[in-house]
Design a protein around this ligand. Structure first.
Ligand code: FAD
Ligand code: EGU
Length: 474
């Protein structure tokens, strides 16, 4: 579908909006990019959400279309080849993500946003409007109303009204465009705030070098609490603390904070520094985590939501940005195949929804799993079994996180693939149980020291099936 001459208003110049604007300009559309904040490239300090993110195959695949993937992979991003698990006693162990050099990349949110805006500047067909807050939208016409922030220039009005051909809502988890869609009949919507919130803390460089090995995603799994650390370009780490909101608010002074860290994250204290830890914690607010699902993503041929606006997810799979950027690739396919704009948007909605919702579910499921299972033997055994089978038959056995993080398999198929593996393991473990039962029975019949063996058999029988079942995570 050609977009020549079409006027598209992209709302939100975040990671997805800035990328989509370039995609559309390359298709010949006249793009107007509206952003509530001022131009982040001219800001000294950008407040708000997570400083760095894990970028993997899907995000990189989307950047490839604008020629930025190699730059992020080779020059800018910091490869993380493995997770490094920090035990409560401060011991560390590494679990690789994949084979030889497979890695995910730690990237700065601000930097990626800036190079995308710079890319946009190269296109005459893109006009950027910063300090424009969408306050009202009639999505049928469509008509958008923006309020300008800050000082106005000569002859500029506070309120700006526009009538584009198409509205793309890339305005994040608390999307205004989505709020307008909610007024439509037959629009499905659900959201969930989880009990956990997050806070980012800084682990500074020590004598000009990283305080911990840089090429890892550092994890402190503690059941109810969790901390995750990603390396930054300036050799610091950003560590993100995840805890229930009441635990955050229960820590009221420096002493109780240090007690808390001594109990749960002892090894991180000297790395962050006592004073800095206390200062950062009390100068920061814990931010909420929300998961959003909705359907459809479009209104006839006049509006579409993408990225977090359409499918905000909890961050426990490191896929929010990756999924949002992949949205842009999926829309490209829809525009390529459909005959008209309405058809393309409808195709996109129907095609993307099962995948986006599958990813929201996976992220939520992982949140529960991380909380409850991290230290359980069955969980670790399944991880090892998965890796082993993947090593033995890389084409046939692809673990869930591998298909999600290192492939572009549709998210809902990743889930299906996992379901298939679960039933295969059930089958194999039942077969193992049965055959061990049978051989024990045969052994017992032949044996002269029947009594000893039958005792052993009983013990084994009692323990084996449940253990195996647990071990195989059934
Ligand atoms: P946003 O980045 O939120 O951009 C939306 C833009 O719209 C903003 O610039 C905003 O100012 C603007 N806007 C909003 N309302 C208006 C309005 N009314 N008018 C005009 N403009 C407006 N993802 C990963 O892939 N890997 C990770 O490791 C990862 N880690 C994360 C860790 C945490 C703690 C969190 C919270 C998220 C993480 N994510 C991660 C998810 C990722 O941050 C988001 O999925 C991603 O930022 C979504 O991009 P977006 O462009 O859709 O929305
Ligand atoms: C959470 C917060 C490790 C950045 C899920 C892994 C995340 C990230 C994991 C954050 C975990 C959790 C995976 C990646 C990634 C793991 C993944 C989670 C980046 C299953 C900045 N998660 N995250 N899984 O496998 O697939 O290492 O804030 F702790 S990257 Cl929760 Cl691959």
């Amino acid at each position: 579908m050609a977009m020549e001459g079409k006027v598209v208003a992209v709302v939100g110049a975040g990671l997805v909006g800035a990328l989509e604007a370039v995609y559309l300009a390359k298709r010949g559309a006249q793009v107007h990019l509206y952003e509530y904040r001022e131009d982040i490239r001219t800001m000294e300090h950008v407040p708000g959400r997570s400083i760095n993110l894990a970028m993997s195959v899907r995000g990189l695949g989307a950047l490839k279309k604008v020629g930025l993937d190699e730059h992020v992979k080779q020059e800018y991003g910091i490869p993380m080849n493995a997770r490094m698990i920090h035990s409560p006693r401060g011991e560390t162990s590494a679990i690789p993500y994949g084979k030889d050099g497979q890695a995910i990349y730690s990237v700065g949110r601000r930097y990626v946003n800036e190079i995308l805006l710079d890319e946009g500047d190269k296109h005459d067909r893109i006009t950027m409007h910063f300090n424009h807050k969408l306050i009202k939208a009639d999505l049928d016409t469509p008509e958008l109303t923006f309020e300008r922030r800050g000082e106005l220039g000569e002859g500029e009005e506070r309120v700006v009204v526009i009538r584009p051909d198409l509205v793309l809502g890339c305005d994040g988890a608390y999307s205004t465009v989505r709020k307008e869609m909610m007024k439509k009949p037959r629009f499905n919507y659900s959201q969930e705030y989880i009990p956990h919130a997050y806070m980012e803390l800084c682990m500074p460089a020590v004598a000009g070098d990283f305080a911990m090995p840089p090429n890892y995603l550092h994890i402190w799994p503690r059941g109810q609490f969790m901390m995750i650390g990603l390396p930054n370009q300036d050799k610091s780490f950003t560590v993100t603390l995840f805890m229930p909101t009441d635990v955050f608010s229960g820590i009221k002074d420096g002493l109780s904070l240090l007690d808390f860290f001594t109990e749960h994250f002892r090894d991180a204290i000297p790395l962050i520094g006592k004073e800095k830890l206390v200062e950062d914690y009390f100068n920061n607010r814990a931010l909420p985590l929300v998961s959003v699902k909705c359907f459809p993503y479009h209104v006839s041929s006049s509006a579409l939501i993408m990225g977090d606006a359409a499918h905000a997810m909890v961050p426990f799979y490191g896929q929010g940005m990756n999924c949002g950027m992949e949205d842009c690739l999926v829309l490209e396919d829809s525009l390529d195949t459909a005959g008209d704009l309405g058809g393309a948007l409808e195709h996109y909605s129907g095609h993307r929804n099962p995948d986006a919702e599958a990813m929201c579910d996976l992220a939520m499921y992982n949140y529960v799993e991380m909380r409850d299972l991290v230290n359980k033997k069955s969980f670790l055994l399944r991880k090892k079994l998965d890796s082993f089978l993947h090593w033995a038959a890389p084409k046939w056995w692809v673990p869930l996180y591998t298909s999600v993080t290192f492939s572009r398999m549709r998210y809902h198929e990743c889930v299906k693939n996992r379901a298939w593996q679960d039933s295969a393991l059930t089958l194999v473990s039942s077969a193992l149980c049965l055959s061990s039962l049978a051989s024990l029975y045969l052994l017992a019949r032949r044996s002269t020291s029947l009594e000893a063996l039958s005792g052993l058999t009983t013990t084994l029988l009692a323990s084996l099936p449940t253990d195996l079942q647990k071990a195989l995570n059934l």
